[in-house]
Ligand binder design. Structure first.
Ligand code: GDP
Length: 267
């Protein structure tokens, strides 16, 4: 974060040369405007995020710290796309947190979204593979895999996440599954609580090292936190923020819009 601030300071100094500003200019306003522009640029990693295509099978894995809102966000993401004509499905590969299965199942049932999971099976990789296979056969075009939430740096869970990512990636090698699929795309969304703050960079980087993180979703933007951690998450993963969570309900989910987000950060 310190590095980010330093970089921004340097850039602003380059853009705004206070000594050369003619008298009468509102310096404060000019600096504010420069900061606003810089923050907007920092939230733009310069490459578009993965966007699933309707009718083409995609697997999107969700990762995040425990309590970040990952499971809730999986359903929100599925519901958002369902309303726009996709055929989503949810797979609970979170075998670590007791209750994740029921939570996802309940949400999925409420939204009438097909669901795959198991009370008994503790092998997350196995569930992920079975779930993805099942829904591909059912021609679902957006298969969402919820993974175990992590506390800080748990090596074993990161390894499990890597294996889930690897296993679902290799699925398109199975001929009978790929026969009716023109192509399969995959991505991994990292879910972050808007209050994460300073720790965001290291966390996001740790996730990025284990799975191909392609996008960031910031949750709980309805609370007091401003979501400054998003700047670090974008820098660490070189991936854009795509959605924000604005409440506990399924439809409290918005496409990320950079300008209001930065206004709030500065406000
Ligand atoms: P997980 O451990 O990351 O899977 O987290 P959960 O999905 O279980 O969410 C943890 C808590 O955060 C739950 O009480 C959710 O209802 C709540 N939550 C998730 N997203 C949001 C949000 O955008 N706003 C608010 N206010 N609460 C949220």
């Amino acid at each position: 974060m310190f590095k980010l601030v330093r970089e921004m300071q340097t850039k602003i100094k380059k853009i705004v040369n206070l000594d050369e500003l003619a008298a009468g200019h509102n310096k404060r306003k000019i600096i504010q405007q420069a900061i606003f522009t810089q923050l907007c640029q920092m939230l733009d990693p310069g490459k578009p995020s993965f966007t699933p295509k309707k009718g083409k099978p995609s697997v999107v894995m969700f990762v995040g710290l425990q309590g970040s809102g990952k499971t809730t966000t999986c359903t929100k993401y599925a519901y958002y796309h369902q309303k726009r004509g996709w055929k989503p499905a949810l797979v609970c590969a979170d075998t670590f947190r007791a209750g994740a299965f029921d939570q996802l199942k309940q949400n999925a049932t409420k939204a009438k979204i097909p669901f795959y999971g198991s009370y008994m099976e503790s092998d997350a990789v196995k569930i992920a593979v079975e779930g993805v296979e099942t829904f591909k056969k059912e021609n679902c075009d957006l298969i969402i895999v919820d993974t175990s939430g992590r506390h800080k740096q748990e090596a074993a869970l990161f390894e499990e996440m890597r294996q889930v990512a690897e296993a679902t990636k290799n699925l398109h090698m199975v001929p009978e599954l790929s026969s009716n699929a023109n192509f399969e795309t995959r991505s991994c969304n990292i879910v972050m609580d808007s209050s994460i703050g300073q720790a965001a960079f290291d966390q996001a980087q740790a996730f990025k090292q284990s799975a191909a993180v392609g996008a960031v979703i910031v949750t709980k933007m309805d609370g007091h936190a401003k979501g400054g951690g998003a700047l670090s998450a974008v820098a660490a993963t070189k991936s854009p923020v795509i959605f924000i969570g604005t409440g506990e309900h399924m439809d409290e989910f918005e496409v990320f819009d950079v300008k209001p987000f930065v206004s709030r950060l500065l406000g």
